[in-house]
Design a protein around this ligand. Structure first.
Ligand code: ADP
Length: 594
């Protein structure tokens, strides 16, 4: 019955499915990994960029708060650019370049091309998005203008606070130090982080505003009150807060707005004018920004995946076809053989597993052919062997029936001999068939070799006639099936006697080898030609093709000898010289030592 492999179960289809699955998995894993790593890297870069921007902004804001213009900012900008690895450009609100960290490098237009600054640096209007911890009035704490203490005032205030710190330490047991705040004004700071300033509630003298501060405060109050008057609001008297800055707490919103405006008005001449800040990586300035994942990328990933998949499929199909071609040839040859064509062979190419299989198939086909030849020859031989004695029996019986011959004692003896020959042939065939099928069971025991050789010699003594039979045994015992061993030795002695002319001799010898017992049957008979020696143990092989009944047996004798000896774990060999005689040597394993 022919069974074609369905396409879905074919080797190529399975290989294809497997490799498609593997490549899909690896594409997915690679894409996932790449996306994760890239996203992580971008996030890290963004976090770093935000930190860098804040740092740059805060520092430039400090510069602007303490300088009336940007003329000396080049060094600060350069240092910042070197520390952050960013290119920094400052420009006026009309995009006129003020400072460029890469002065002398490529023009800054690229950086400002999109005209969206990173931030606006204005100490009087701090960008809360950049510095969320800025004061509520958005005036940078470092912008003090006319409130800046003179050196003497600073020194005096510091000394006064040092004394207070000593008192705090000794009276309250609290660690206290004097530090300058953001505005550059000395402050008393305790170990727990609280700034006592001039609100120190200890019975210590609280320092009043210095002369400079008082003057600036008066100016500020005037400015604020002018604004309040315009809005018809009540005038205020401003004082310094705990942080040294003018205090407008407790005022309503409108008043606070006037105070803040007044502060801006007062400080504007002391701080640098607002500038646009542009920050970017040096490469980004010319290439237009760092590489980022855009909507085009997923499409590209799909394209590459499809390409990888297509290549995988093409390669797999090619490999699959290459693999399955010799397998198809093998299947075809095996089917031809099953249909009875014993000449079916496959071409062996290369040195891989499939060519190994093809070579094994060819060897099997070759062996099968030989066995078939052997079987045919054997059937022919058996038919021939049976035909001769049967023809004899039939011929004589017909002669008796026709009255041509009389059924006397001599005739019945001759017929009996032919019948026994037939019996012998059938027994031999049965033994061989049983041995081939592994059904020839041995009943082993310790056998006295000398005794056995004596029995075999005397059994053939009558037939030996003019041939002298001698026994010479030195080996004590073998572990064997006595019936089968006697059968094998009997066949050898029977042959020896048959092929030895009158006056010759047959010697049965046994001796012990190193790990075996050697039994020899040596005759001084016709001998066997050297080219025939490898054939004597084959079934139905005879040197004398005529198969004469006088000299011939069944043609199976030596084949049976070899089978029996091999079943005992031994081997049988022959050495012979034409005209001088033959020596058959049976080698059996020495019996186990008990
Ligand atoms: P057969 O029944 O013909 O003896 P065997 O298998 O016993 O069959 O022997 C096969 C052939 O081997 C014999 O026909 C004979 O030609 C040759 N042969 C066997 N034993 C001897 C021997 N002792 N001397 C010479 N030829 C022998």
């Amino acid at each position: 019955m022919r069974r074609e492999t369905p396409l879905r179960r074919s080797l190529t289809a399975r290989l294809l499915a497997l490799s498609a699955l593997v490549s899909l998995c690896s594409i997915a894993a690679t894409a996932w990994l790449a996306a994760r790593t890239t996203t992580g890297a971008i996030q890290q870069e963004q976090t770093q960029a935000v930190a860098d921007h804040t740092r740059i902004y805060r520092q430039l804001l400090g510069y602007a708060a303490t300088h009336p213009d940007w003329s000396g900012a080049q060094d600060t900008v350069r240092q910042l650019a070197a520390a952050t690895g960013q290119r920094i450009v400052l420009a006026t609100p009309r995009f006129e370049q003020v400072v460029d960290s890469a002065a002398g490098g490529p023009p800054a237009q690229g950086l400002a091309a999109d005209r969206t600054p990173t931030a606006i640096v204005d100490p009087l209007s701090v960008d809360l998005a950049m510095l969320p911890d800025a004061p509520a009035d958005r005036i940078d704490a470092r912008a003090v203008g006319p409130f800046r203490l003179t050196a003497e005032e600073h020194e005096a205030l510091r000394n006064e606070l040092e004394q207070q710190a000593g008192c705090v330490r000794s009276l309250l047991g609290v660690e206290a130090t004097v530090v300058d705040d953001l505005a550059g004004r000395p402050q008393l700071r305790t170990a727990d982080g609280r700034t006592l300033g001039r609100r120190c509630t200890t019975p210590l003298v609280v320092s009043a505003p210095t002369r400079t501060e008082a003057a600036a405060l008066a100016d500020l109050t005037d400015l604020a009150n002018a604004c309040l008057a315009r809005r018809q609001l009540r005038p205020v008297t401003l004082s310094l807060g705990p942080d040294g800055a003018p205090d407008d707490s407790g005022q309503d919103r409108a008043t606070s707005a006037c105070v803040t405006n007044a502060r801006r008005q007062q400080l504007v001449q002391y701080v640098a004018p607002p500038v646009l800040l542009f920050v970017g990586t040096p490469a980004a300035a010319s290439s237009g920004g760092p590489p980022v994942l855009t909507a085009a990328h997923p499409g590209r990933v799909t394209e590459v995946s499809a390409l990888v998949l297509a290549v995988t499929v093409a390669v797999t199909v090619a490999v699959g076809l290459r693999l399955s071609k010799p397998l198809h040839a093998l299947t075809h040859a095996a089917r031809r053989m099953a249909d009875g064509d014993l000449t079916a062979r496959v071409r062996v190419t290369g040195r891989n597993e499939i060519s190994g299989l093809a070579a094994a198939f060819n060897a099997m086909a070759e062996r099968r052919g030989q066995l078939e030849e052997l079987r045919k020859a054997m059937v022919g031989d058996i038919a021939h062997e049976l035909r001769t004695p049967l023809s004899n029996i039939r011929g004589w019986l017909e002669a008796v029936e026709d009255g041509v011959a009389t059924a006397d004692r001599a005739l019945t003896g001759s017929l009996l001999e032919e019948a026994m020959l037939l019996q012998h042939l059938i027994d031999d065939l049965r033994d061989l068939a049983a041995a081939d099928a592994g059904e020839l069971v041995l009943y082993r025991e310790l056998v006295d070799v000398e005794e056995m050789l004596g029995q075999v010699a005397s059994a053939h003594g009558a037939r030996a006639g003019e041939v002298a039979l001698t026994v010479e045994a030195e080996a004590p015992e073998v572990f064997a099936d006595p019936v089968r061993l006697r059968q094998a030795l009997g066949n050898l002695v029977s042959n020896a006697v048959r092929y030895t002319p009158a006056g010759g001799s047959v010697a049965l010898r046994a001796r012990r080898g190193t790990d075996a017992v050697l039994i020899e049957v040596a005759d001084t008979g016709s001998g066997i030609a050297a080219e025939d020696l490898p054939l004597v143990f084959e079934r139905f092989w005879r040197a004398e093709r005529s198969r004469s009944r006088r000299s011939g047996g069944s043609g199976l004798g030596l084949a049976i000898v070899r089978k029996i000896v091999e079943l005992h774990g031994g081997e049988v060999r022959v050495a012979s010289t034409v005209g001088e005689g033959s020596v058959f040597t049976v080698r059996l394993p020495a019996p186990p030592v008990s």
